[in-house]
Design a protein around this ligand. Structure first.
Ligand code: SF4
Length: 226
């Protein structure tokens, strides 16, 4: 428990990227009209879930009016609606509803982390910002000792995991480029899995359907249970 608290607190207190911190604060002050009554979180968002989990989900970054508002990963935006619904159906969450901290949502055997812990302008962190935040992803993956499956949501997460794992394990694997439902088993037995990110860019255009997203988590369930 101590290791988790230390990691999460060091994420919250991080001052590594001035552009992102300024953006998080600006969004928190300006707010969206429909959230005018909210006190936005407006800081780096820590991981959600237990470091003892066997499924690690890696996203890109908090959304400006989602996790940057609520302070909990994927909470308060449409990507979160898709993610928690799919996690719930596959038994990795006790409910599909995710609105704010204190809404009763608990993850079962799942941890959600991201490549970049601060909401970036236009949802696009720079390569330098991703590199600066890499230390937290590395630490999270190292501390999650029981991990069996690492699910990357989107190409940036896939590339970050690939770099972290395949380099760390000094694996001779040739890089597999990102596409939906790629699956790679490392020598350690850990499985890397990919999915399109459940962003509106993908869900509104039909690139990612609800059924296809459910299939991803069905596969996670089956890999975790074997
Ligand atoms: S993105 Fe990561 S490294 Fe940069 S300020 Fe936020 S928590 Fe720190």
């Amino acid at each position: 428990m101590k290791r988790a608290n230390t990691l999460e607190q060091s994420i919250i207190d991080c001052t590594g990227c001035s552009r992102l911190l300024a953006h998080c604060k600006k969004v928190a002050l300006e707010k969206k009209k429909k959230y005018s009554e909210w006190t936005y979180w407006g800081r780096p968002v820590p991981n959600f879930g237990s470091l003892d989990a066997q499924l690690i989900v890696v996203g890109l970054a908090p959304a400006a009016h989602g996790a940057n508002r609520t302070g909990r990963m994927f909470t308060g935006d449409m990507s979160g609606v898709w993610l928690f619904r799919a996690l719930h159906r596959a038994g990795f969450a006790n409910q599909a509803r995710s609105e704010e901290k204190g809404d009763g949502l608990e993850l079962n055997n799942c941890l959600i982390t991201v490549v970049c812990h601060c909401a970036p302008p236009d949802n696009k962190p720079t390569p330098k910002e991703i590199h600066t935040c890499e230390a937290f992803l590395k630490q999270t993956l190292e501390l999650a000792r029981r991990k069996k499956v690492i699910l990357a949501l989107g190409q940036i997460a896939w590339d970050a995991i690939w770099k972290e794992f395949v380099t760390q394990e000094k694996s001779p694997l040739k890089k597999i480029h990102f596409s939906h439902m790629q699956e790679v088993r490392l020598e350690s037995g850990i499985v890397l899995l990919s999915s399109f990110h459940p962003s509106q860019q993908n869900t509104f255009t039909g690139r990612l359907s609800e059924q296809a997203f459910d299939e991803v988590f069905k596969r996670c369930r089956s890999l975790v249970d074997t």
